[in-house]
Design a binder for this molecule. Structure first.
Ligand SMILES: Cc1cc2nc3c(=O)[nH]c(=O)nc-3n(C[C@H](O)[C@H](O)[C@H](O)COP(=O)(O)O)c2cc1C
Length: 367
């Protein structure tokens, strides 16, 4: 797309879209002139990927993200992976609906057909997502049968085609989440060339799970634990591609670890620890975005979740356990956490109103 504007110079930015000047035919007094502007996509605002909560199937649904957003204003949140098949043939609102409070919010897609991904990326943009992410890191056999996820790392040119197809139709950033290698191949040039090829297609943000994916013989769960973490490989990517945004992922469980990684790369993505210990998120805005300290308490967050459960029941008939399951780690490490957690996960209480369950969860234990 190109258009002519008058009396402009340089690259001008409008939201996430920019117009780069192609030629500036000024008159000789430089008082009047016009320029041909080409629409281009600017790199995402610096810091958008500083911290993020990882995409996690069955975990980071919109209810989970609502909880996370109560705890951190700035952290980027990711959806679970949504396959192109699900969006092309399934119930689009079911997969793409979210609460407006969840921004900044990235949609993760799974697929390997450029045209399908372009269609789904456009849908994602229309639904208001702030980023479209392509999954090139999932090792599950089901995903391999669909020829996407981590096995796509063997096909950097195809991933580049997928990225280009998406970049061509959306203004929001298109990013890639991937591993550092496949099977036992620990040759750095493999991931370096993957990133180099995909970057040329217009991806400027890479979220790197610092482990190989072993495509045979390990379950997805084992693939998050057994292949060794090699953070130095991710640091090396940042050294070799200083102009790209590189975020690191895998095995990070403490604030001090995040701080250490941020000395080497642009961002850290947190997965399991963020899910199991959501209160951790309440420290992040102050520690990593220079924001004021979090003023809420676990109890105030729990109360807001109860109000949310009431709303969701009224609006969509959502049973409270569908939402409460994501907050079971909220009192992680506190005395009485086990009993509190048992009440909120007791399905025998599912017909009681959530406010009654709240009262039970905080009632003194009967000995
Ligand atoms: C239950 C579960 C589901 C996951 N689903 C996805 C997914 O849909 N897409 C994806 O890219 N990664 C997925 N992952 C991997 C995480 O995004 C992340 O890369 C991994 O857990 C390593 O980070 P961590 O050590 O901080 O947990 C999943 C992880 C878990 C635990």
């Amino acid at each position: 797309m190109s258009e002519v504007k008058r009396n402009c110079a340089g690259v001008i930015e409008c939201g996430k879209v920019a117009w780069r000047i192609h030629c500036v035919p000024m008159d000789k007094n430089r008082t009047e002139g016009s320029a041909v502007f080409e629409k281009t996509v600017l790199p995402p605002p610096c810091g958008m990927h500083r911290l993020s909560v990882a995409p996690m199937m069955d975990w980071t649904d919109r209810h989970c993200r609502y909880l996370h957003r109560l705890l951190t204003r700035h952290t980027l949140l990711y959806t679970e992976m949504v396959t192109t098949g699900a969006l092309l043939h399934g119930d689009v609102p079911r997969h793409l609906q979210y609460n407006t409070q969840e921004h900044p919010l990235a949609l993760q897609l799974g697929g390997s057909e450029p045209a399908d991904l372009a269609h789904c990326a456009r849908l994602g943009q229309e639904w208001g997502y702030d980023e479209i992410n392509l999954n090139c890191g999932c090792p599950s056999e089901r995903v391999q049968r669909g020829a996407f996820g981590a096995c796509l790392m063997h096909e950097a040119t195809l991933v580049a085609d997928c990225v280009k197809a998406m970049v061509d139709v959306v203004d929001v950033p298109v990013t890639v989440k991937h591993r550092i290698g496949i099977d036992k191949n620990e040759d750095y040039t493999f991931v370096r060339d993957f990133v180099g090829t995909v970057a040329q297609a217009g991806c400027q943000v890479f979220i790197v799970h610092a482990r190989n994916a072993w495509l045979k013989g390990l379950s997805p769960k084992e693939n998050r634990e057994v292949p060794p973490l090699r953070y130095d490989t991710v640091y090396q990517l940042k050294k070799d591609f200083p102009h790209l945004t590189i975020a690191i992922n895998g095995g990070i469980t403490q604030t001090a670890q995040i701080a250490k990684h941020l000395q080497h790369v642009d961002g850290a993505m947190l997965g399991r620890e963020a899910y199991h210990n959501p209160w951790w998120l309440s420290a992040w805005d102050e520690a990593f975005y220079g924001a004021a300290p979090f003023t809420g308490s676990r109890e105030s967050v729990e109360l807001q979740m109860v109000a949310y459960m009431e709303d969701q029941a009224r609006l969509h008939g959502t049973p409270w356990p569908t939402i409460a399951r994501h907050m079971l780690g909220l009192r992680h490490g506190l005395p009485g956490a086990r009993r509190w957690r048992q009440v909120w996960s007791d399905h025998k209480l599912k017909d009681r109103p959530p406010r009654a369950v709240l009262a039970l969860a905080h009632a003194p234990a009967v000995v």
